[in-house]
Design a protein around this ligand. Sequence first.
Ligand code: CO
Length: 435
Amino acid sequence: MSNQSLPDSLFTFIGSTPTPFHAAANIVRILKIAGFNILNENEKWAIDQEGKYAITRNGSVVAFTTGKGNFTQQGFRIAGAHTDSPSLQLKPHPRSPLSPYFQFSVEKYGGVLLNTWFDRELSLAGRVTVLTEDGSACSCLIDFQKPVLYIPSLAIHLDRKVNEGKEINAQNDICPIFAQNVSSEDQWHCLLLERLNAANSDLAARSVLGYDLFCYDCAPPRYFGLDHEFICGPRLDNLLSCFIALQALLDKEGPSNCMLIFTNHEEIGSTSSSGALSNFSSSVLARICGSVEDQAMAINRSFFISFDNAHASHPNFSDKGDTDHQVVLNKGPVIKINSSQRYCSNSRSGAMFKLLCAEIGVQTQDFIMRSDMACGSTIGPLTSAVLGVEGVDVGVPTWAMHSIREVTGAMDPELIYLAAHHFFNRDTLPVISII
Ligand code: CO
Protein backbone atom coordinates (compact mmCIF):
# COMPACT_ATOMS: atom_id res chain seq x y z
CA MET A 1 0.00 0.00 0.00
CA SER A 2 1.16 3.59 -0.58
CA ASN A 3 2.11 6.02 2.19
CA GLN A 4 -1.38 7.54 2.07
CA SER A 5 -3.97 6.35 4.60
CA LEU A 6 -6.59 4.01 3.15
CA PRO A 7 -9.35 6.67 3.00
CA ASP A 8 -6.95 9.17 1.38
CA SER A 9 -5.98 6.60 -1.29
CA LEU A 10 -9.70 5.93 -1.79
CA PHE A 11 -10.34 9.68 -2.26
CA THR A 12 -7.58 9.82 -4.91
CA PHE A 13 -9.05 6.79 -6.72
CA ILE A 14 -12.59 8.19 -6.71
CA GLY A 15 -11.33 11.60 -7.87
CA SER A 16 -9.73 10.05 -10.96
CA THR A 17 -12.63 7.67 -11.67
CA PRO A 18 -15.66 9.58 -12.94
CA THR A 19 -17.23 6.77 -15.05
CA PRO A 20 -17.21 2.95 -15.30
CA PHE A 21 -14.89 3.21 -18.33
CA HIS A 22 -12.38 5.16 -16.24
CA ALA A 23 -12.87 2.62 -13.43
CA ALA A 24 -11.93 -0.28 -15.72
CA ALA A 25 -8.96 1.65 -17.17
CA ASN A 26 -7.67 2.77 -13.76
CA ILE A 27 -8.06 -0.68 -12.21
CA VAL A 28 -6.22 -2.32 -15.12
CA ARG A 29 -3.48 0.35 -14.91
CA ILE A 30 -3.02 -0.32 -11.17
CA LEU A 31 -3.00 -4.10 -11.74
CA LYS A 32 -0.43 -3.73 -14.53
CA ILE A 33 1.89 -1.75 -12.25
CA ALA A 34 1.47 -4.57 -9.69
CA GLY A 35 2.73 -7.12 -12.25
CA PHE A 36 -0.55 -8.50 -13.59
CA ASN A 37 -0.53 -9.78 -17.16
CA ILE A 38 -3.33 -8.23 -19.18
CA LEU A 39 -5.04 -10.94 -21.26
CA ASN A 40 -7.10 -10.34 -24.40
CA GLU A 41 -10.32 -12.29 -24.80
CA ASN A 42 -9.59 -12.71 -28.54
CA GLU A 43 -6.28 -14.54 -27.99
CA LYS A 44 -5.30 -17.95 -26.57
CA TRP A 45 -4.35 -17.91 -22.88
CA ALA A 46 -1.61 -19.80 -21.06
CA ILE A 47 -2.32 -19.68 -17.32
CA ASP A 48 0.64 -20.49 -15.05
CA GLN A 49 0.78 -21.35 -11.37
CA GLU A 50 1.54 -18.36 -9.15
CA GLY A 51 0.48 -16.03 -11.94
CA LYS A 52 -1.47 -12.76 -11.96
CA TYR A 53 -3.89 -11.90 -14.78
CA ALA A 54 -6.58 -9.37 -15.70
CA ILE A 55 -9.10 -9.02 -18.51
CA THR A 56 -11.36 -6.08 -19.32
CA ARG A 57 -14.63 -5.87 -21.25
CA ASN A 58 -16.76 -2.73 -21.76
CA GLY A 59 -16.36 -1.10 -18.35
CA SER A 60 -15.90 -4.40 -16.46
CA VAL A 61 -12.75 -6.11 -15.18
CA VAL A 62 -11.99 -9.66 -14.06
CA ALA A 63 -8.62 -10.18 -12.36
CA PHE A 64 -7.25 -13.35 -10.78
CA THR A 65 -4.20 -14.77 -9.08
CA THR A 66 -3.25 -18.43 -9.15
CA GLY A 67 -1.53 -20.24 -6.31
CA LYS A 68 0.59 -23.39 -6.37
CA GLY A 69 -2.29 -25.82 -5.97
CA ASN A 70 -4.96 -27.21 -8.20
CA PHE A 71 -8.10 -25.12 -8.85
CA THR A 72 -10.30 -28.19 -8.48
CA GLN A 73 -9.02 -28.81 -4.95
CA GLN A 74 -8.79 -25.23 -3.71
CA GLY A 75 -11.41 -23.31 -5.69
CA PHE A 76 -11.32 -19.50 -5.86
CA ARG A 77 -11.89 -16.75 -3.31
CA ILE A 78 -14.00 -14.38 -5.34
CA ALA A 79 -14.78 -10.73 -4.53
CA GLY A 80 -17.29 -8.81 -6.64
CA ALA A 81 -18.35 -5.16 -6.96
CA HIS A 82 -19.79 -2.88 -9.64
CA THR A 83 -17.95 -0.13 -11.50
CA ASP A 84 -20.91 2.12 -12.37
CA SER A 85 -22.81 4.68 -10.29
CA PRO A 86 -26.11 6.51 -10.83
CA SER A 87 -25.60 9.52 -13.08
CA LEU A 88 -27.03 11.74 -15.80
CA GLN A 89 -26.02 10.53 -19.27
CA LEU A 90 -25.93 12.90 -22.25
CA LYS A 91 -28.31 12.18 -25.12
CA PRO A 92 -26.69 12.00 -28.58
CA HIS A 93 -27.77 15.54 -29.56
CA PRO A 94 -27.73 18.68 -27.40
CA ARG A 95 -30.91 20.55 -26.52
CA SER A 96 -32.21 22.64 -29.41
CA PRO A 97 -31.41 26.32 -28.82
CA LEU A 98 -34.55 27.48 -27.01
CA SER A 99 -32.57 29.66 -24.62
CA PRO A 100 -29.48 31.93 -24.80
CA TYR A 101 -27.44 29.06 -23.30
CA PHE A 102 -26.03 25.84 -24.71
CA GLN A 103 -27.60 22.95 -22.82
CA PHE A 104 -27.54 19.18 -23.00
CA SER A 105 -30.46 16.80 -22.79
CA VAL A 106 -29.83 13.97 -20.36
CA GLU A 107 -31.24 10.58 -19.49
CA LYS A 108 -31.23 9.21 -15.96
CA TYR A 109 -28.61 6.46 -15.65
CA GLY A 110 -29.77 4.20 -12.81
CA GLY A 111 -31.79 5.19 -9.75
CA VAL A 112 -30.60 8.81 -9.46
CA LEU A 113 -31.67 10.86 -6.43
CA LEU A 114 -32.40 13.78 -8.74
CA ASN A 115 -32.85 16.65 -6.27
CA THR A 116 -29.20 16.29 -5.19
CA TRP A 117 -27.91 17.18 -8.68
CA PHE A 118 -29.11 20.79 -8.54
CA ASP A 119 -26.79 23.70 -7.69
CA ARG A 120 -23.53 21.73 -7.98
CA GLU A 121 -20.44 22.29 -10.04
CA LEU A 122 -20.55 19.31 -12.39
CA SER A 123 -18.01 17.97 -14.84
CA LEU A 124 -18.31 15.69 -17.85
CA ALA A 125 -16.49 12.44 -18.66
CA GLY A 126 -16.84 9.15 -20.49
CA ARG A 127 -15.99 7.51 -23.78
CA VAL A 128 -16.01 9.06 -27.25
CA THR A 129 -15.73 7.18 -30.55
CA VAL A 130 -14.19 9.19 -33.36
CA LEU A 131 -13.16 8.91 -36.98
CA THR A 132 -9.50 9.83 -37.49
CA GLU A 133 -7.66 11.52 -40.37
CA ASP A 134 -6.50 8.15 -41.73
CA GLY A 135 -10.10 6.89 -41.89
CA SER A 136 -9.93 4.54 -38.93
CA ALA A 137 -12.30 4.63 -35.96
CA CYS A 138 -11.12 4.84 -32.36
CA SER A 139 -12.73 4.93 -28.90
CA CYS A 140 -11.00 6.98 -26.22
CA LEU A 141 -11.67 8.22 -22.73
CA ILE A 142 -12.29 11.85 -21.94
CA ASP A 143 -12.57 13.76 -18.67
CA PHE A 144 -13.11 17.52 -18.54
CA GLN A 145 -11.94 17.39 -14.89
CA LYS A 146 -13.09 20.94 -14.10
CA PRO A 147 -16.63 22.24 -13.45
CA VAL A 148 -18.23 22.76 -16.88
CA LEU A 149 -21.91 22.03 -16.14
CA TYR A 150 -24.55 23.32 -13.75
CA ILE A 151 -28.25 22.61 -13.12
CA PRO A 152 -29.66 25.66 -11.28
CA SER A 153 -32.71 25.28 -9.03
CA LEU A 154 -35.76 27.40 -9.59
CA ALA A 155 -35.88 30.19 -6.97
CA ILE A 156 -38.39 29.62 -4.19
CA HIS A 157 -40.08 32.93 -5.15
CA LEU A 158 -41.09 31.30 -8.45
CA ASP A 159 -42.44 28.12 -6.84
CA ARG A 160 -43.74 28.86 -3.34
CA LYS A 161 -44.89 25.25 -2.78
CA VAL A 162 -41.52 23.66 -3.58
CA ASN A 163 -40.91 22.55 0.02
CA GLU A 164 -44.22 20.70 0.11
CA GLY A 165 -42.98 18.11 -2.35
CA LYS A 166 -41.78 18.85 -5.85
CA GLU A 167 -41.82 16.47 -8.77
CA ILE A 168 -38.75 16.64 -10.99
CA ASN A 169 -39.34 16.11 -14.69
CA ALA A 170 -36.23 14.44 -16.12
CA GLN A 171 -36.94 15.64 -19.66
CA ASN A 172 -37.36 19.34 -18.84
CA ASP A 173 -36.00 20.21 -15.38
CA ILE A 174 -32.45 18.83 -15.32
CA CYS A 175 -30.88 19.91 -18.62
CA PRO A 176 -27.37 21.00 -17.58
CA ILE A 177 -26.07 24.38 -18.76
CA PHE A 178 -22.71 24.08 -20.52
CA ALA A 179 -21.86 27.39 -22.16
CA GLN A 180 -23.05 30.76 -23.38
CA ASN A 181 -20.77 31.07 -26.43
CA VAL A 182 -21.53 27.75 -28.09
CA SER A 183 -24.51 27.75 -30.42
CA SER A 184 -24.46 24.57 -32.49
CA GLU A 185 -23.86 20.83 -32.27
CA ASP A 186 -20.96 21.23 -34.75
CA GLN A 187 -19.25 23.67 -32.38
CA TRP A 188 -19.73 21.23 -29.51
CA HIS A 189 -18.19 18.41 -31.56
CA CYS A 190 -15.23 20.67 -32.48
CA LEU A 191 -14.65 21.31 -28.78
CA LEU A 192 -14.67 17.57 -28.09
CA LEU A 193 -12.23 16.86 -30.95
CA GLU A 194 -9.85 19.64 -29.85
CA ARG A 195 -9.82 18.24 -26.35
CA LEU A 196 -9.28 14.65 -27.50
CA ASN A 197 -6.48 15.61 -29.90
CA ALA A 198 -4.76 17.73 -27.24
CA ALA A 199 -4.83 14.81 -24.79
CA ASN A 200 -3.78 12.15 -27.36
CA SER A 201 -1.02 13.52 -29.60
CA ASP A 202 -1.19 10.61 -32.11
CA LEU A 203 -4.97 10.54 -32.45
CA ALA A 204 -5.80 13.09 -35.21
CA ALA A 205 -9.55 12.75 -34.63
CA ARG A 206 -11.63 14.50 -37.28
CA SER A 207 -15.26 13.70 -36.51
CA VAL A 208 -17.36 12.41 -33.64
CA LEU A 209 -19.17 9.12 -34.30
CA GLY A 210 -20.77 8.75 -30.88
CA TYR A 211 -20.27 9.01 -27.14
CA ASP A 212 -21.17 7.67 -23.70
CA LEU A 213 -20.74 10.84 -21.63
CA PHE A 214 -21.84 11.25 -18.03
CA CYS A 215 -22.18 14.26 -15.74
CA TYR A 216 -20.40 13.92 -12.41
CA ASP A 217 -19.75 15.83 -9.19
CA CYS A 218 -16.16 17.01 -9.44
CA ALA A 219 -15.88 17.93 -5.74
CA PRO A 220 -13.62 15.29 -4.17
CA PRO A 221 -14.65 13.12 -1.21
CA ARG A 222 -13.82 14.62 2.19
CA TYR A 223 -14.10 14.01 5.93
CA PHE A 224 -16.69 15.75 8.07
CA GLY A 225 -17.89 15.65 11.69
CA LEU A 226 -16.23 17.22 14.74
CA ASP A 227 -13.62 14.46 14.91
CA HIS A 228 -13.73 13.63 11.21
CA GLU A 229 -15.87 10.58 11.99
CA PHE A 230 -17.57 10.61 8.59
CA ILE A 231 -16.76 10.64 4.91
CA CYS A 232 -18.91 12.16 2.19
CA GLY A 233 -18.22 11.87 -1.50
CA PRO A 234 -19.48 11.01 -4.95
CA ARG A 235 -19.73 7.43 -6.24
CA LEU A 236 -18.97 5.75 -2.87
CA ASP A 237 -21.51 3.21 -4.21
CA ASN A 238 -19.63 1.34 -5.46
CA LEU A 239 -16.13 2.64 -6.18
CA LEU A 240 -15.40 2.26 -2.48
CA SER A 241 -15.94 -1.50 -2.74
CA CYS A 242 -13.95 -1.77 -6.00
CA PHE A 243 -11.03 0.06 -4.45
CA ILE A 244 -11.08 -1.90 -1.18
CA ALA A 245 -11.31 -5.32 -2.87
CA LEU A 246 -8.59 -4.32 -5.33
CA GLN A 247 -6.32 -3.12 -2.52
CA ALA A 248 -6.95 -6.32 -0.54
CA LEU A 249 -5.91 -8.43 -3.54
CA LEU A 250 -2.79 -6.32 -4.18
CA ASP A 251 -1.79 -6.75 -0.51
CA LYS A 252 -2.38 -10.53 -0.54
CA GLU A 253 0.58 -12.65 0.53
CA GLY A 254 -0.95 -16.12 0.83
CA PRO A 255 -0.99 -18.85 -1.85
CA SER A 256 -4.77 -18.90 -2.52
CA ASN A 257 -6.44 -18.62 -5.94
CA CYS A 258 -8.25 -15.30 -5.84
CA MET A 259 -10.51 -13.44 -8.24
CA LEU A 260 -12.02 -9.98 -8.57
CA ILE A 261 -15.19 -9.56 -10.63
CA PHE A 262 -15.97 -5.87 -11.18
CA THR A 263 -18.92 -5.41 -13.51
CA ASN A 264 -20.52 -2.47 -15.28
CA HIS A 265 -24.27 -1.74 -15.61
CA GLU A 266 -25.37 -2.85 -12.12
CA GLU A 267 -27.34 0.36 -11.65
CA ILE A 268 -29.44 -0.43 -14.74
CA GLY A 269 -30.02 -4.12 -14.09
CA SER A 270 -26.75 -5.81 -15.19
CA THR A 271 -28.09 -7.06 -18.54
CA SER A 272 -25.37 -6.17 -21.06
CA SER A 273 -22.35 -7.71 -22.77
CA SER A 274 -20.24 -7.09 -19.67
CA GLY A 275 -22.76 -6.82 -16.80
CA ALA A 276 -23.13 -9.36 -14.00
CA LEU A 277 -25.73 -11.24 -16.08
CA SER A 278 -23.30 -11.57 -19.04
CA ASN A 279 -21.02 -14.54 -19.63
CA PHE A 280 -17.90 -12.49 -18.78
CA SER A 281 -17.03 -14.07 -15.40
CA SER A 282 -18.17 -17.58 -16.37
CA SER A 283 -16.21 -17.42 -19.62
CA VAL A 284 -13.02 -16.44 -17.75
CA LEU A 285 -13.52 -19.27 -15.22
CA ALA A 286 -14.17 -21.78 -17.99
CA ARG A 287 -10.96 -20.79 -19.77
CA ILE A 288 -8.93 -21.00 -16.54
CA CYS A 289 -10.31 -24.38 -15.53
CA GLY A 290 -10.27 -26.06 -18.96
CA SER A 291 -13.03 -28.65 -18.61
CA VAL A 292 -16.65 -28.50 -17.47
CA GLU A 293 -15.89 -31.02 -14.73
CA ASP A 294 -12.86 -29.11 -13.42
CA GLN A 295 -14.85 -25.88 -13.42
CA ALA A 296 -17.73 -27.51 -11.50
CA MET A 297 -15.31 -28.87 -8.89
CA ALA A 298 -13.51 -25.53 -8.59
CA ILE A 299 -16.77 -23.58 -8.21
CA ASN A 300 -18.03 -26.02 -5.58
CA ARG A 301 -14.95 -25.25 -3.49
CA SER A 302 -15.12 -21.49 -4.10
CA PHE A 303 -16.65 -18.74 -2.03
CA PHE A 304 -17.94 -15.38 -3.24
CA ILE A 305 -18.24 -12.08 -1.38
CA SER A 306 -20.31 -9.42 -3.15
CA PHE A 307 -19.21 -6.00 -1.88
CA ASP A 308 -21.73 -3.18 -2.23
CA ASN A 309 -22.83 -0.42 0.11
CA ALA A 310 -25.57 -1.13 2.68
CA HIS A 311 -28.21 1.27 4.02
CA ALA A 312 -27.32 2.63 7.45
CA SER A 313 -30.27 3.44 9.73
CA HIS A 314 -31.14 7.12 9.21
CA PRO A 315 -31.58 9.08 12.46
CA ASN A 316 -34.17 11.43 10.88
CA PHE A 317 -36.18 8.66 9.22
CA SER A 318 -36.03 5.83 11.75
CA ASP A 319 -39.45 4.55 10.59
CA LYS A 320 -37.89 3.66 7.21
CA GLY A 321 -35.70 0.98 8.78
CA ASP A 322 -36.32 -2.23 10.72
CA THR A 323 -35.70 -1.01 14.27
CA ASP A 324 -34.67 -4.53 15.38
CA HIS A 325 -31.81 -4.43 12.86
CA GLN A 326 -30.08 -1.09 13.36
CA VAL A 327 -27.10 -0.39 11.13
CA VAL A 328 -24.63 2.20 12.45
CA LEU A 329 -21.69 3.93 10.74
CA ASN A 330 -18.20 2.94 11.96
CA LYS A 331 -19.55 -0.26 13.57
CA GLY A 332 -18.37 -2.80 11.03
CA PRO A 333 -19.25 -4.39 7.69
CA VAL A 334 -22.94 -5.07 7.10
CA ILE A 335 -24.28 -8.47 6.01
CA LYS A 336 -27.30 -7.91 3.76
CA ILE A 337 -30.14 -10.40 4.05
CA ASN A 338 -33.36 -10.89 2.08
CA SER A 339 -35.62 -13.95 2.01
CA SER A 340 -36.32 -13.46 -1.72
CA GLN A 341 -32.59 -13.62 -2.45
CA ARG A 342 -32.37 -10.03 -3.60
CA TYR A 343 -29.06 -10.47 -1.76
CA CYS A 344 -27.16 -13.74 -2.15
CA SER A 345 -26.50 -14.17 1.59
CA ASN A 346 -27.86 -17.11 3.52
CA SER A 347 -27.26 -18.31 7.08
CA ARG A 348 -24.26 -20.44 5.98
CA SER A 349 -22.55 -17.82 3.85
CA GLY A 350 -23.30 -15.14 6.45
CA ALA A 351 -21.76 -17.40 9.08
CA MET A 352 -18.64 -17.80 6.93
CA PHE A 353 -18.24 -14.01 6.75
CA LYS A 354 -18.87 -13.64 10.50
CA LEU A 355 -16.22 -16.30 11.25
CA LEU A 356 -13.69 -14.50 9.05
CA CYS A 357 -14.42 -11.15 10.72
CA ALA A 358 -14.39 -12.61 14.25
CA GLU A 359 -10.90 -14.03 13.64
CA ILE A 360 -9.54 -10.51 13.08
CA GLY A 361 -11.66 -8.81 15.76
CA VAL A 362 -14.02 -7.03 13.35
CA GLN A 363 -17.70 -6.76 14.32
CA THR A 364 -20.43 -7.29 11.75
CA GLN A 365 -23.97 -5.91 11.50
CA ASP A 366 -27.11 -7.27 9.81
CA PHE A 367 -29.23 -5.27 7.36
CA ILE A 368 -32.72 -6.37 6.44
CA MET A 369 -35.53 -4.27 4.89
CA ARG A 370 -38.79 -3.54 6.64
CA SER A 371 -41.18 -6.35 5.61
CA ASP A 372 -43.61 -3.80 4.16
CA MET A 373 -41.05 -2.24 1.81
CA ALA A 374 -39.44 -3.51 -1.39
CA CYS A 375 -35.76 -4.48 -1.22
CA GLY A 376 -32.96 -3.34 -3.53
CA SER A 377 -30.42 -5.73 -4.99
CA THR A 378 -26.77 -6.08 -6.00
CA ILE A 379 -24.60 -8.09 -8.36
CA GLY A 380 -24.49 -10.71 -5.56
CA PRO A 381 -27.44 -12.95 -6.51
CA LEU A 382 -26.77 -12.47 -10.24
CA THR A 383 -23.10 -13.47 -10.07
CA SER A 384 -23.95 -16.25 -7.64
CA ALA A 385 -26.53 -17.59 -10.09
CA VAL A 386 -24.37 -17.19 -13.22
CA LEU A 387 -21.41 -19.01 -11.64
CA GLY A 388 -23.31 -21.35 -9.28
CA VAL A 389 -21.14 -20.19 -6.38
CA GLU A 390 -22.23 -19.76 -2.77
CA GLY A 391 -21.86 -16.18 -1.63
CA VAL A 392 -22.67 -13.42 0.79
CA ASP A 393 -23.64 -9.78 0.23
CA VAL A 394 -21.79 -7.31 2.43
CA GLY A 395 -20.95 -3.61 2.37
CA VAL A 396 -20.09 -0.48 4.29
CA PRO A 397 -22.99 1.26 6.09
CA THR A 398 -24.11 4.23 3.97
CA TRP A 399 -26.48 7.17 4.20
CA ALA A 400 -27.99 8.90 1.18
CA MET A 401 -27.41 6.02 -1.22
CA HIS A 402 -27.64 7.22 -4.85
CA SER A 403 -27.35 10.87 -3.84
CA ILE A 404 -24.69 12.77 -5.78
CA ARG A 405 -22.80 12.69 -2.45
CA GLU A 406 -23.11 9.63 -0.22
CA VAL A 407 -21.92 9.19 3.35
CA THR A 408 -20.10 6.44 5.21
CA GLY A 409 -18.04 6.26 8.42
CA ALA A 410 -14.36 7.26 8.37
CA MET A 411 -13.43 3.84 9.84
CA ASP A 412 -15.64 1.82 7.50
CA PRO A 413 -13.21 1.52 4.54
CA GLU A 414 -10.54 0.11 6.88
CA LEU A 415 -12.93 -2.33 8.61
CA ILE A 416 -14.15 -3.84 5.34
CA TYR A 417 -10.60 -3.86 3.95
CA LEU A 418 -9.49 -5.98 6.92
CA ALA A 419 -12.28 -8.47 6.17
CA ALA A 420 -11.44 -8.62 2.44
CA HIS A 421 -7.72 -8.95 3.13
CA HIS A 422 -8.27 -11.80 5.60
CA PHE A 423 -10.59 -13.54 3.10
CA PHE A 424 -7.83 -13.55 0.46
CA ASN A 425 -4.98 -14.36 2.87
CA ARG A 426 -6.28 -17.06 5.22
CA ASP A 427 -4.58 -20.41 4.48
CA THR A 428 -7.87 -22.20 3.92
CA LEU A 429 -11.40 -20.91 4.34
CA PRO A 430 -13.30 -21.96 7.49
CA VAL A 431 -15.15 -25.23 6.85
CA ILE A 432 -18.84 -25.36 7.69
CA SER A 433 -19.70 -29.05 7.63
CA ILE A 434 -23.22 -30.40 7.06
CA ILE A 435 -24.74 -33.06 9.31
CO1 CO B 1 -24.30 -0.38 -5.50
